[in-house]
Design a binder for this molecule. Structure first.
Ligand code: NDP
Length: 398
């Protein structure tokens, strides 16, 4: 029924490709393209599906090259699971060829560790005029967390006052130090200042300055650190009634110790340095040494628990609700040879794409997930491997 071009064949790409192949009623023709075609071929060799799946090499930083690939394959939708650096180039390529667009992470320039939606929101008019839809941030967080928020706002609240997104990876991959998604993007996110929304303004904190123990369902108490995360920006825009919005993520002590040392010796720097007559960026060099996220799955044990707590009012009474998913690393490995962080990102990307391609979610312009009807997405989460649960009246984060 639909043709999809998936760009990126790393940890998340592996899951998106395999879940699209499972849903071959919708995704009948799949082209997988990445910087190295070997990464695509390796994944595709593991798939048995009635979908027609082919692979190609593409440099998504190169717009004319991507446009040529799109013109040859003629997809209905492009799923971008390469890196945030490629977002704008891929949106340009979609506009030039008349193709809908979906990604899981917002644009970041390479030379500044800064991410915000303004660059992609600036495409609003161009997508609208072209009659195309761009769906931004369709992973777990951002992505499912935006949908959980929209669903609770629709069904459980008349007014929302506070939002807390809590993200726990209580798994163990057995490595001294590794990141669960692209190391460069992950370390840039964690080492920058924290930020949360309070009474109409951003409050800035030092990196990992604010933390507290949170008692996660099925996992237990884990130290959780306040970070800035991109969905906060779109959620406070689309739900302006929210007075306070925060994002929390767990890190083990070993992870923080390694990160601190790496930072102290300059290995997380993103400015070029001279090394034996050659310019190198220390963080890019560090990435080359660290395990690839897609390689962590085989021996990963434990679970992730990610959810959204809202507090506000329903029928004139105070209300608190928490909607969450628990995902087990080993089960993800058995199903699609991935760890749970890749899995929880890749499944929502497939679901968002399926909703767009079947016309359940449609529109012209640039959309964040909370702007669309959450109900069909929530139903598909249960069907496609990320069942959600709800705890009403329990306050996990004060
Ligand atoms: P990986 O590093 O494992 O994979 C990235 C892939 O993109 C690789 O296959 C890489 O190719 C390819 N790639 C990089 N640059 C280019 C380029 N110029 N042209 C074509 N292909 C390119 O990262 P992940 O899979 O872990 O993450 C993918 C995306 O998902 C990231 O944007 C990340 O931020 C996002 N993400 C979102 C989450 C969410 O919940 N919303 C959570 C986790 C991740 P090669 O193998 O040749 O290097």
């Amino acid at each position: 029924m639909a043709r999809v071009l998936i760009i990126g064949a790393g940890g998340v790409g592996n899951v998106v490709i395999k879940k699209c192949a499972q849903n071959s009623e919708v995704f009948t023709d799949i082209l997988v393209a990445s910087r190295r075609v070997a990464s695509c071929d390796k994944i595709v060799a593991e798939i048995q599906s009635t979908a027609r799946i082919t692979t190609a090499q593409v440099d998504a930083d190169n717009v004319p090259e991507t446009v040529a690939l799109i013109r040859k394959f003629r997809p209905d939708l492009l799923i971008n699971v390469a890196l945030p650096y490629q977002d704008l180039n891929l949106m340009d390529a979609c506009l030039e060829t008349g193709v809908h667009y979906l990604d899981t992470a917002n644009y970041e320039p390479r030379d500044v560790a800064h991410f915000e939606y303004s660059w992609q929101w600036a495409y609003q008019e161009r997508f609208r005029k072209a009659g195309l839809m761009a769906l931004l941030g369709c992973g777990f967080d951002p992505g499912v967390t935006n949908v959980f928020t929209a669903w609770m706002r629709k069904h459980r609240f008349d007014r929302v006052d506070t939002l807390d997104i809590i993200d726990c990876n209580a798994g163990s991959h057995g490595q001294h130090f590794a990141t669960n998604f692209n190391p460069e993007i992950n370390i840039r996110e964690i080492t920058q200042n924290g930020r949360y929304w309070q009474n109409g303004a951003w409050v800035e904190t030092k990196p990992l300055e604010i933390h507290r123990g949170v008692d996660y369902p099925e996992v237990g108490v884990r130290e959780s650190y306040l970070l800035f995360h991109e969905e906060l920006e779109s959620l406070v825009k689309h739900f302006p009634e929210i007075q306070r919005a925060r994002f929390w993520m767990t890190f083990g002590q070993q992870y923080i110790t390694h990160l601190t040392v790496l930072q102290n010796v300059g290995m997380t720097r993103i400015d070029p340095i001279d090394f034996q007559g050659q310019q190198i960026i220390p963080l890019e060099f560090l990435k080359a040494l660290l395990p690839e996220p897609s390689s962590l799955g085989a021996n990963y044990t434990g679970k992730t628990c990610i959810g959204v707590q809202l507090k506000g009012e329903k029928d004139g009474k105070p209300a608190t609700d928490f909607v969450y998913n628990v995902c087990e690393h080993a089960a993800c490995w058995t199903e699609v040879q991935a760890q749970a962080v890749s899995y929880t990102t890749g499944v929502p990307a497939m679901i968002g794409a399926a909703l767009m391609l079947t016309g359940v979610w449609q529109g012209t312009g640039v959309f964040n997930m909370e702007q669309l009807d959450p109900d069909p997405f929530m139903a598909m989460l249960n069907r496609w491997g990320l069942p959600w649960q709800e705890l009403a009246g329990v306050e996990l984060v004060p």
